[in-house]
Design a protein around this ligand. Structure first.
Ligand SMILES: Cc1ncc(COP(=O)(O)OP(=O)(O)O)c(N)n1
Ligand SMILES: Cc1nc(C(=O)O)sc1CCOP(=O)(O)O
Ligand SMILES: [Mg+2]
Length: 220
């Protein structure tokens, strides 16, 4: 798999959650279903601090994503992304928040081809800085109420249009679901990032297909 294709730049960006997907089997089955439904990107987000579990799950997801030719983005952990890449998995990227390490250093360690994204909250200034440091996309939010991360700082939808000049794919995150996805897309989001709307029920493939149909109906 290569990430040369632009397919990752627009669509649904699913993010895993260790509460909703507590064990390996649940995680892998749900991610497989989401990938069958059609994802632009998948992010592995696990705050357990359990290195053995994180390696095992990330490697299994990297293999699954490779089969589906969808990039796997590792949350927070440049070392884990590098280890996967060095183990031979293609299409492994990284997402860093404001306290997750230096973007420029991550870019240098992962190389020019890797997809690297940054959390920019409600700040164009953070997004401009992230672009200089070599990110592949910028993420803004939270735009709507989120049960996954209720305390994430809020952001106005108008920010998405204001970020167009960056010339990078814009991710909208926070409470993205079938009620809010259309307004985030109309406001300028290229990628719609979601935890609960994808993984918050048993019918994951159907949930993803529903969201994709909604987005397709809005696309020019
Ligand atoms: C696509 C995307 N956008 C934002 C975040 C949030 O990152 P961060 O601020 O580092 O918070 P945590 O996810 O680490 O709790 C994200 N993970 N993905
Ligand atoms: C991980 C995360 N980061 C956010 C931010 O605003 O930076 S909101 C969020 C949680 C997204 O989950 P849901 O789709 O269930 O609201
Ligand atoms: Mg983080």
């Amino acid at each position: 798999m290569t990430t040369d294709s632009m397919a990752w730049q627009r669509g649904l960006y699913a993010i895993t959650d260790a509460t909703l997907l507590p064990d390996d089997r649940t995680l892998l089955n749900a991610c497989d279903a989401a990938l069958r439904g059609g994802l632009a990107l998948l992010q592995y987000r696990d705050k357990s601090g359990d290195d053995a579990r994180r390696w095992r799950q990330a490697a299994a997801l990297a293999s699954l994503c490779q089969e589906h030719a969808v990039p796997l983005i590792i949350n927070d952990d440049t070392g884990l992304a590098l280890r996967l890449r060095d183990a031979g998995f293609a299409g492994v990227g990284l997402h860093l928040g404001q306290s997750d390490g230096e973007l420029a250093e991550a870019r240098q360690r992962l190389g020019g081809e890797a997809l690297i994204g940054a959390t920019c909250h409600a700040s164009l200034e953070l997004a401009e800085r992230a672009r200089v440091e070599g990110v592949s996309y910028v993420a803004f939010g939270r735009f709507f109420a989120s049960r996954t991360k209720p305390d994430a700082p809020p952001a106005p939808l108008a920010l998405l249009a204001q970020a167009a000049h960056l010339g990078l794919p814009r991710v909208a995150i926070g409470g993205i679901n079938e009620h809010s996805a259309a307004s985030a897309r109309r406001a300028g989001a290229d990628l719609l990032a979601s935890v609960e709307a994808v993984f918050g029920g048993s019918d994951v493939e159907a949930r993803v297909r529903r969201l994709n149909r909604q987005l397709a109906a809005l696309s020019p």
